[in-house]
Design a protein around this ligand. Structure first.
Ligand code: G6P
Length: 367
């Protein structure tokens, strides 16, 4: 069927707005409704016994894998290697015989990701893939496909594919944690409940659209933009920077907030907006002190946090976006939405071709 933009100006905005629905659909596919807990299909590997998971992907899918590394290591106690496919495939990396590979791809056709999968298979690894197009080359060559139910994604800049990848990966992290005895039943129930609430929270965040548009107009005037975060907010900072670069052509960098003092702090002045991804989690105070270092140097902060964080900051920032207070486990899924909207509105302000940014392709089958 022909896919239209509906009432939206761009596919990208339509796809951003679809997220409450497609996140809900994806979650339902992995949630046992009676037991209210995550249930994965039969896996080709024993999650309790694997020694290591190697996650490989490109672009935005790689950043979903980056969030998954934090989840799988901290919640499921599973060591994770993560790399971009175009590096991994050429590195002749030894792979642990008791390990497995996870590839993540919207299209299932990215040449480098496919080559990484084939390399792993040549070493006898089992491969699980997280795909939006299961009937793809990567889908056919995987031992198991976990399907993101994002539906067709037309905008070149990935939005709903990314957030549904995060949902599938969160489910995988919980299932892995259970299999490995790394989580007790009460904690698992709490994290599953937090996931169940995500669609409604994402819908709430979409209501901040007009406010994010105002902020984006200021961001669009900048030549350089910095995104900061720690923990799972670090990959979201990277994703925010990637999205902004891709569609608005503004130079943006994502940085681990604690690493800022080792370089990017030299860039900070009143011309550089600094977008701080700061849910109140166990690392919030550390991120907050990095934010104060930015403000002390005249940096213009866009603060993405919840009511507790906003209360602590007061009105010192250039802009504040107050997001719902949630279990930190699901924060990366929710904080994705404002960075998507900032990029979208900055691109509109710049007058770029949002759905077809120059030089980029939706599916990259060249190496
Ligand atoms: C291209 C797209 C990105 C995407 C990346 C990986 O660069 O423009 O949005 O993240 O490829 O694509 P995949 O289909 O493997 O997720």
């Amino acid at each position: 069927a022909l896919i239209g933009k509906g009432n939206y100006r761009h596919f990208m905005m339509k796809e951003i707005a679809e997220q409450p629905t497609v996140i809900g659909d994806t979650l339902q596919a992995f949630m046992n409704p009676l037991e209210r807990r995550i249930q994965l299909p039969n896996l080709p590997i024993d999650l309790a016994k694997i020694s290591r998971l190697t996650i490989v992907a490109c672009g935005t899918a790689h950043l979903a894998g980056f969030v998954a590394k934090y989840w799988l290591e901290s919640i499921a106690r599973l060591p994770v290697d993560l790399d971009v496919a175009s590096e991994f495939r050429y590195r002749q990396a030894p792979m642990d015989p008791n390990g497995a590979m996870l590839v993540i791809s919207q299209s299932g056709e990215t040449a480098d990701t496919l080559a990484a999968l084939r390399y792993a298979k040549s070493l006898g690894q089992k491969v699980i893939s997280v795909l939006n197009v299961p009937e793809s080359t990567i889908g056919r060559e995987s031992d198991l496909v976990l399907h993101t139910l994002a539906g067709p994604e037309i905008g070149v800049a990935s939005t709903k594919a990314f957030s549904t990848q995060l949902v599938v990966l969160a489910c995988l992290a919980l299932a892995t944690a259970r299999a490995r005895g790394a989580i007790d039943a009460a904690r698992e129930a709490a994290l599953s409940a937090a996931l169940t609430e995500v669609p409604a929270r994402v819908a709430e965040i979409l209501n901040h659209d007009a406010h994010l548009k105002e902020i984006a107009l200021k961001v669009a005037e900048a030549r350089d933009v910095l995104f900061l975060g720690r923990g799972t907010s670090y990959p979201i900072a990277l994703e925010g920077a990637l999205k902004l670069k891709e569609i608005s052509y503004i130079h943006a960098e994502g940085y681990a907030a604690g690493e800022m003092k080792h370089g990017p702090i030299a860039l900070i002045d009143e011309n550089v907006p600094v977008i701080v991804v700061a849910p109140t989690d166990e690392l919030f105070d550390k991120t907050f002190s990095n934010l104060q270092e930015v403000m002390a140097r005249g940096g213009r902060v866009v603060f993405l946090s919840d009511a507790d964080g906003v209360r602590k900051l007061g009105n010192q920032a250039m802009a504040v976006v107050e997001l719902p207070k949630v279990d930190p486990f699901v924060a990366p899924i929710l904080y994705t939405i404002p960075v998507q909207l900032l990029a979208y509105h900055a691109a509109i302000a710049k007058g770029t071709d949002v759905d077809q940014p120059r030089n980029l392709a939706k599916s990259v089958t060249v190496e």
